[in-house]
Design a protein around this ligand. Structure first.
Ligand SMILES: Cc1ncc(COP(=O)(O)O)c(C=O)c1O
Length: 391
């Protein structure tokens, strides 16, 4: 065995998480006592609501601490079906649901179940950092569809169609999107659905930011349009962003039965069931009215407006106003710096951490998260302004 053959080939194509470099440097500086403003967060800054925690405590105390059915407990799967019907007008039955260890796990399971070696997977660019790497892990071939800022970073039907080849198996749709916050409307999704049906391409619809959507816009699920697109779609969601439950690791998917059967086998022989206690907590979350997600959504909208106003008055920065999620993806081309240099200088010189756009496929952008308090936003934006002024 040589040094280079110790690690399996499939991992050689996979890049480490680009967010890691900045976040670990920020942690180090913080440990040294530096006053770091964190605009890198990928999770809501609110605590998980008490009624959810209490249900988890009850689950522990009553001994609900053993294996559950692999795809999730029946009560939770029933609630997920009700949620899909009520919020998304999509009808799934419990045997079409798999609960997994976070939405990321649901997406990875889906890719493993659908992608053969060499299959092409279409991914809008900029993209969430994990999509291409998960496709690489499945030995598929990520193909990027570069979107335009003047179309709010949304893929047009023409752009989608022109990237489809005989090898295309799947299209990954993420609305609201990380990192841009763009939200597809019904008409745009119908046009995408029509192409996917005509060309027989599967869709992974990652709807994890569904509840964080602004300006009175409504979220639309692509699987709701027709039987044809429903049969090609795997709808992904979870509790991480809507209920501030990132650490609990509960995500889920709804899909046609044959896909669910394949994913169930996979999960059976890999992770087994997601954590039993977290499933009970998820049951409490989905049984309650949407008050918590509405509350955090209203707060995020206020913060977005504040950040947009501040960034809008800064030299050398442009952005498209996000309509959902909790990020602003801003253009730094006029600074003359690439995103890695911009982010590391901002951290070294003014102690603000944010994520360079190169990890999302765009090196002339950076992503700031507004999942932090107003005071921190004010302080961090003052520092960004100072940084830009001295460039
Ligand atoms: C677009 C997108 N999809 C999925 C996920 C994963 O969510 P989870 O924490 O439920 O695995 C994230 C997390 O940041 C995300 O941004």
């Amino acid at each position: 065995m040589t040094a280079s053959s110790r690690i399996a080939e499939r991992l050689k194509k996979v890049n480490p998480s680009s967010t890691l470099v900045i976040t670990s440097k920020a942690k180090k500086l913080k440990a040294e006592g530096k006053d770091i403003v964190n605009f890198a967060a990928g999770e809501p800054d609110f605590d998980t609501p008490d009624f959810i925690k209490e249900e988890a405590i009850r689950a522990i105390q009553s001994g609900f601490t053993k294996y559950t059915p692999t795809t999730g407990i029946p009560e939770l799967k029933k609630l997920i079906c009700e949620k899909f019907k009520k919020d998304n007008s999509v009808e799934y039955f419990p045997e079409q649901i798999v609960v997994s260890c976070g939405a990321k796990h649901s997406i990875y399971n889906t890719l493993l179940a659908l992608v053969n070696r060499g299959d092409e997977v279409l991914i809008p660019l900029p993209y969430w950092v994990s999509y291409p790497e998960m496709v690489n892990l499945c030995e598929g071939s990520p193909r990027f569809i570069k979107t335009r800022s003047d179309n709010n970073f949304k893929v047009t039907p023409g752009e989608l169609e022109s990237h489809i080849s005989a090898k295309t198996k799947l299209f990954i749709l993420n609305s609201p999107s990380n990192p841009t916050g763009c939200v597809y409307n019904k008409k745009e999704l119908e046009a995408i659905a029509k192409i996917c049906v005509e060309k027989k391409i599967f869709v992974i619809s990652d709807e994890i930011y569904e509840k964080l959507i602004y300006d009175g816009l409504t979220h639309v699920s692509i699987a709701s349009f027709s039987r044809d697109i429903y049969d090609l779609t795997v709808t992904i969601n979870g509790l991480s962003k809507s209920h501030s439950m990132t650490g609990w690791r509960i995500g889920y998917l709804g899909a046609p039965k044959d896909i669910v059967e394949a994913i169930s086998k996979l999960q059976d022989h890999s992770t087994s069931n997601p954590n039993s206690i977290a499933q009970k907590a998820a049951q409490a979350a989905l049984s309650a009215p949407d008050d918590f997600s509405k509350k955090i959504c209203a707060e995020f909208q206020k913060r977005r407006d504040y950040c947009a106003k501040r960034l809008g008055s800064m030299k050398k920065i442009t952005y498209v106003l996000p309509e959902g999620a909790f990020y602003i993806f801003f253009n730094i081309a006029k600074t003359g710096l690439d995103s890695g240099t911009f982010a590391s200088r901002l951290l070294d010189e003014l102690y603000v951490s944010l994520i360079p756009g190169n990890g999302f496929g765009m090196d002339d952008y950076c992503r700031m998260s507004f999942a932090t308090s107003h005071d921190q936003l004010e302080k961090g934006l003052d520092r960004i302004e100072q940084f830009l002024n001295k460039l």
